[in-house]
Design a protein around this ligand. Structure first.
Ligand SMILES: [Zn+2]
Length: 60
């Protein structure tokens, strides 16, 4: 007797993927918020070489 199809409902979890970015030097990118001219500015900084870009994807 074959159990075709099955009755199990798929348990699809919506996992929060905290995506990590890495610099070309191998350091991990940290996203920071800086106050600049009264505004909050988000920057991405490599914790190893201290390179700063506007977005983590700019390191790629
Ligand atoms: Zn780096």
């Amino acid at each position: 007797m074959a159990m075709a199809g099955g009755g199990k409902s798929k348990n699809s979890r919506t996992a929060v993927t905290t995506q990590k970015f890495f610099c070309s030097c191998g350091g991990e990118i940290q996203v920071k918020q800086l106050a600049q001219n009264g505004k909050m500015k988000t920057v991405a900084e490599c914790e190893k070489c201290k390179r700063i870009e506007r977005r983590p994807s700019d390191f790629l």
